[in-house]
Each structure stands twice: as structure tokens, then as C-alpha cells.
Design a protein around this ligand. Structure first.
Ligand code: PFF
Length: 474
């Protein structure tokens, strides 16, 4: 155990930081549209059940492994397995995955920053035009924006756990929640807004197909930042007075609550823009929704609130999503930072410089994948289509390896570290844990159906993504 390891100063600080990681681009845009398309209230109900009965035990286990070892995934797996090579490799995957996810997430965060700059400078009409996005993603100014985003991340992370991560979360998370509520109130006051609310909430159980179930489960898993090593690393910064199970519940409730509230912002906005819209026609991708569809909605507001008003609303929205992205990016980069500091004995400053430079170079390659350079744009091909460098990083690390990491964690905790040890760790800070129904449920689920389900998602993703075969035939 490293004697000098920094800790979050309070339980609230930890919860806000972990919720800051969990609340990301997916919550704010991807979730609402998915829900509206796939059964409204029926989807919401199923999603909430998945969060609490399948994902929460994994979240609790990740935090417990981190706090017990006071280490990031590599050190944690090594310590608890008595130095096993296999589990060391699993831990390494738990550090490589977040690093690579940070690469593609950085590109999106840079775009958000660019959108804020353009809406502030009165260019909402350009962003809403049909050629706007295409020109934007090929602009050389993106590299300036990337340097600014890297500077912000460095500024937060170099200050450490308490003065960096925790302080940023304590400012950005409440700001995000207040902005979200202001946006919801504003959007609900628009004409036809309630048609969107209806689509979002009224249940339609006929839409719940096996493929929708699989999608909801993957979404819940990703949304809680599982399988990325983040909660192991943040867990290593929790003090021994904190009740992990209750804290994890609060993180899950916040994440789900934000996703639900975002639905009350996005769908009414879509319906007020076009009351005839069929949610089925909305794109599945959060990226195209945020960057190409929403600017059009904001611009349409100019008929009621003028161009300036519409630009203010757009800036407000992109800033909200930017805050969510920054706290997620900070959390994911902290994993390799912590690895270099704990396992390789680098100073925080040096670790950050090395990581931001390497991630920065890869993020430049990913930025060049949208037409600027043919080599990165047509990087490879699989499942019958060309894939850019950006697509490959996304498909391999975000879509595929995450569930595999989740599976390995469940097996590790249940069969290598052992459930009694998990119970012992979770009893620290919660005297009533041992013997409770929560303990029984966590131990049973992690050792049985949770790894089976998560492994199935992994296999399904591999054959769908890389071989182009959909198990569900939909
Ligand atoms: N829960 C995050 C989200 O919904 O966007 C997942 C995440 C993605 C966290 C990327 C961190 C990150 F860098």
C-alpha cells in the first residue's frame, strides 16, 4: 500500500467525481433517443432494472477492489491474485482500454469545444447548414481546440485527486445539473413539447425485442463507466469510512436520473422542431444527433427568440454536454496516470505529459480520419465496410473490450479474490453489510448470471461488429 496515496476528502466528493465520470455524452443524447425509439416507458423500466440488478453489483465490486488494494487495475489484479501473470494481463487490459477510449472521446470533446466557440461567435447558422459539419470536422482549427482541451485536462489532473478531480467535479457537476434543469424548463415551454414527452414516457411493450434488450443492457453498462478501470482507480481514493454500497447506489441513481431528465430536454425539442417527426427516423448515433441534428433545432428557435437567443440556447446546451464530457475524460485518463505513478514510479506531472502527448498524437490521427487523410479515413475494412482509424478505436475498445473487462472482473472477484474477501471489504464503512440481503445478492449475481450475461454481450458484439452477423436477426 502506498502510504502517501491521496484520497477524496469526503463521500460527497467521491460520489460527485464518480457521477461525473458516469454522466457523459451517452446520457444526454444517446439514452433519450434510444428510449423513445424502443418502447418509451417500457425501455426506461427495463433500463432501470438492468442498472440496479445487473450493473450495480459490478460497480460495487470495482470500487471494492480499488479500495482494498489502493491501486489501479494492474496493481490491483496483481496484488489480489498473488502476482498471477494472467490476471496481471487482465489488469493491463483494464488500463489500455481507458487510454484508447480517451483517444476517441477526446475527439468528441474537442468538437464540443469547437461548437461552443462557433455558437458564441455567432456562427450557429453555419453549423446548422448542410455542409457545416463536414467542413467543421476537417478544419485545421480543431488542432488548436485540441491543445486547449488537453490544457484543461492537464490543469485538472495535475492538481491531483482532491484539488483536481474532486474540485472540478464539485464545480462542474452542480453546474451541469442546474443547466440541465434550466434547459428542460425552457424546452417544455415550447410548442408541441408534450408530444415528445409522450413518446419518451408512454410504454410500448411491443417494441421490446431481444436486440433492444441487448442494446439497453450494453447502454446501462457503458453509462455507469464499468469495465474501464475508472471505478477501480477512483475506488482506491475512497477512505475507509465510506460505505461503498450506498455510494455506488447514489452514483447509479444520479446517472440514471440525469439520463431520464435529458429525455425531457431532447425529445420535446425534437418534437417542437417538427411535430410530425417519427422517432424511428432519428439516428442511432449520438454523434450525428448532437453535431448535425441539434444545431438545426437550435437555429429554428430564431423565429421565436431571435438569432441571438437561439445562439445563446445552443451555446448553453453545448457547454452542458462539454462539462459532462470533461468530467468523463478526466476520470478515464486518471486510470493510466495512476498506473504510471503507482506502478512505474513517475511523478504525476511527468505521467500526464507522457500520456497527453501519446493520446494527443493518436487523437490527431483520429481527427484526420474524417476525410483529411485517406490513410486514416480508409484505415481498414471489416463486416463489409470501410473503417476509419476513429471507427477501429471505437469498435475495438469502447464496444467490444468493455464487456470483456466486465466479465473478467466478475470472475476475478468471485473465483480468485473470493466472495468472503469482497464481503469483508464492503463491511468496512458499513457494519450491517455482512449477512444483509444486499450482500447475498451481490455475491450470488457476481458469481453466476452477471458474468454470463456480460460475456454474451461481448460475443454478440464481436460477431455483429466484425463479422456482420446479428444473432437476433433484426
Ligand atoms: N459513462 C460515460 C458516458 O456515458 O459517456 C462513459 C465514458 C465514456 C466515460 C468515455 C469516460 C469516457 F472517457
Amino acid at each position: 500500500m502506498t502510504a502517501s496515496r491521496e484520497h477524496f476528502s469526503s463521500r460527497l466528493g467521491f460520489i460527485l467525481a464518480a457521477a461525473g465520470s458516469a454522466v457523459g455524452i451517452g446520457n444526454l443524447v444517446g439514452f433519450p433517443v434510444n428510449a423513445a425509439k424502443n418502447g418509451g416507458g417500457a425501455f426506461l423500466l427495463m433500463y432501470a432494472l438492468f442498472v440496479f440488478f445487473i450493473c450495480l453489483p459490478v460497480m460495487i465490486a470495482e470500487m471494492a477492489v480499488g479500495r482494498k488494494t489502493q491501486k489501479e487495475p494492474v496493481g490491483a489484479y496483481k496484488d489480489l491474485s498473488g502476482g498471477s501473470k494472467f490476471w496481471g494481463a487482465a489488469g493491463f487490459l483494464g488500463v489500455l482500454t481507458p487510454f484508447m477510449i480517451a483517444v476517441f472521446y477526446m475527439v468528441l470533446t474537442v468538437w464540443l469545444f469547437g461548437y461552443i466557440a462557433l455558437t458564441v461567435s455567432g456562427q450557429l447558422d453555419f453549423l446548422a447548414s448542410s455542409e457545416g459539419f463536414g467542413m467543421f470536422i476537417n478544419s485545421p482549427y480543431l488542432f488548436v481546440a485540441m491543445a486547449v482541451v488537453a490544457g484543461i485536462i492537464n490543469y485538472i489532473l495535475v492538481a491531483g485527486v482532491k484539488d483536481g478531480i474532486e474540485r472540478a467535479a464539485k464545480v462542474l457537476m452542480p453546474a451541469l445539473l442546474v443547466m440541465l434543469i434550466i434547459m428542460v424548463v425552457f424546452v417544455l415551454s415550447l410548442d408541441n413539447a408534450f408530444a415528445g414527452v409522450k413518446f419518451f414516457i408512454i410504454p410500448d411493450f411491443s417494441k421490446i425485442t431481444p436486440s433492444v434488450i441487448n442494446g439497453a443492457l450494453s447502454q446501462a453498462f457503458f453509462s455507469l463507466s464499468l469495465g474501464m478501470g475508472i471505478l477501480i482507480t477512483y475506488g482506491s481514493y475512497i477512505n475507509r469510512k465510506t460505505d461503498i454500497t450506498n455510494s455506488a447506489k447514489l452514483v447509479a441513481i444520479t446517472d440514471t436520473g440525469v439520463a431520464f431528465t435529458a429525455g425531457l430536454m431532447i425529445l420535446p425539442a425534437v418534437f417542437s422542431f417538427n411535430p410530425e417527426v417519427n422517432p424511428q427516423e432519428l439516428s442511432d448515433s449520438s454523434v450525428s444527433l448532437i453535431f448535425t441534428f441539434l444545431p438545426k433545432i437550435f437555429l429554428a428557435l430564431q423565429t421565436s427568440i431571435g438569432y441571438l437567443g437561439a445562439s445563446v440556447v445552443a451555446t448553453f446546451f453545448f457547454t452542458l454536454v462539454f462539462f459532462a464530457a470533461i468530467t468523463s475524460l478526466v476520470s478515464i485518463l486518471e486510470v493510466p496516470v495512476s498506473y504510471l505513478v503507482t506502478e512505474k514510479c513517475h511523478s504525476r506531472k511527468k505521467a500526464l505529459t507522457v500520456l497527453l502527448m501519446t493520446a494527443g498524437v493518436l487523437a490527431v490521427f483520429a481527427t484526420l480520419s474524417f476525410g483529411m487523410v485517406a490513410f486514416f479515413t480508409e484505415f481498414t475494412s471489416y463486416a463489409g465496410g470501410n473503417r476509419s482509424f476513429f471507427d477501429v478505436v471505437y469498435d475495438i475498445f469502447y464496444d467490444t473490450i468493455l464487456p470483456l473487462n466486465g466479465f473478467l472482473l466478475c470472475v476475478f472477484v468471485s473465483y480468485r479474490w473470493k466472495k468472503q474477501q469482497l464481503t469483508k471489504e464492503l463491511s468496512v464503512g458499513n457494519d450491517n453489510y455482512a449477512g444483509s440481503w444486499v450482500e447475498k445478492y451481490v455475491n450470488f449475481s457476481l458469481g453466476t448470471f452477471v458474468p454470463v450475461i456480460v460475456f454474451f454481450i461481448f460475443i454478440n458484439t464481436v460477431i455483429t461488429k466484425f463479422w456482420g452477423i446479428n444473432l437476433f436477426g433484426v
